[in-house]
Design a protein around this ligand. Structure first.
Ligand SMILES: Cc1cc2nc3c(=O)[nH]c(=O)nc-3n(C[C@H](O)[C@H](O)[C@H](O)COP(=O)(O)O)c2cc1C
Ligand code: SF4
Ligand code: SF4
Length: 277
């Protein structure tokens, strides 16, 4: 074998190793996606109690790291916000690429984190991965195109309640209990999910974003966008794609309150105050 060919092959092996998360003999994994911190807050609290490791799926999407090797009997968790009674498109993309081994002898669970009602969001996770347990939890609603942000005292109350709920979820996870524990699924969850979720997947239009004169051109929105579609090279952000996640990270985390979406004007911003970014 020629030296250069050998080198390319060796590099390919090293590269493949880098793109694989091998956690045998270490802690179990919790994958999460978050825009305003609530899912990370839940994932971190579970991890603090179980000793498991958390991983932001946007890092995997960026690095192409989709292979995960765990020891038999370990836990594999997913924490996602609920969007239109379904899950963010980026989470579906992540799950469709995820390659987990062993795929039978793990305790797999999902925590659906919502502002009010989860519907049957787990349906879209089960399409990609076998799930042993589903948990639903209400934290704080960040969907400002429809609702006003909660006041500081309401946020405190809601997060205190979410901490207690997370601790209940931890007890199920610790005993590897299978089944569905979701007090916030809502009524007619399957039916409503079937109607609502396509509105999200077929909508998600970036043309509804507006940037007001308060924008300082700090570029933070461009840096934090999980899809990397905000172009700040000319100061004010511009959206490079016609569709995005509508996760609203850009809107809520803008330090100048300069981004609006649809009817969000005057409805405030929200970032989980118990998460350090
Ligand atoms: C596009 C979008 C759609 C949402 N749809 C729902 C929903 O169907 N039901 C619900 O209870 N909350 C909904 N929410 C609220 C979020 O699920 C909730 O605020 C969640 O805690 C946000 O998590 P994060 O802080 O980790 O991003 C939606 C939020 C967004 C941005
Ligand atoms: S984060 Fe806000 S202030 Fe900074 S560039 Fe984006 S819109 Fe402008
Ligand atoms: S543009 Fe804003 S709402 Fe869309 S994916 Fe990026 S951060 Fe989320």
């Amino acid at each position: 074998m020629r030296y250069s060919t050998l080198r390319i092959k060796q590099n390919a092996v090293v590269y493949k190793k880098l793109l694989k998360i091998d956690r045998r003999g270490k802690e179990s994994m919790i994958f999460y996606f978050t825009a305003t911190g609530n899912s990370r807050f839940v994932a971190d609290r579970i991890a603090a109690a179980t000793g498991d490791q958390t991983k932001d799926i946007t890092e995997c999407m960026k690095s192409g790291q989709f292979t995960i090797v765990l020891a038999e009997g370990e836990n594999l968790g997913f924490v996602t916000p609920v969007y239109y009674y379904g899950i963010p498109v980026i989470f579906t993309d992540f799950l469709s690429r995820l390659d987990v081994s062993p795929n039978n002898d793990l305790y797999t669970y999902v925590v659906l984190n919502c502002g009010g009602t989860t519907g049957n969001a787990e349906r879209y996770i089960r399409r990609h991965i076998r799930i042993d347990a589903v948990f639903g939890i209400k934290t704080v609603d960040n969907y400002v195109p429809m609702y006003k942000t909660a006041s500081e005292s309401e946020v405190t109350k809601q997060l205190d309640a979410a901490e207690l709920e997370t601790d209940k979820i931890v007890s199920f996870i610790s005993s590897k209990t299978p089944g569905v524990y979701n007090p916030v699924a809502g009524r007619l969850s399957s039916l409503i999910t079937s109607v609502a979720y396509p509105l999200y997947t077929n909508g998600r239009k970036t043309k509804k974003f507006r940037v007001n004169d308060q924008c300082t051109g700090c570029k933070l929105c461009g840096d934090i966008c999980p899809r990397h579609i905000i172009d700040c090279t000319h100061g004010k952000p511009q959206w490079r794609e016609t569709r995005c996640e509508i996760c609203l990270a850009c809107l809520h985390r803008c330090p100048a309150s300069a981004i609006e979406y649809g009817k969000s004007a005057g409805r405030g911003q929200y970032v989980n105050p118990r998460v350090e970014w």
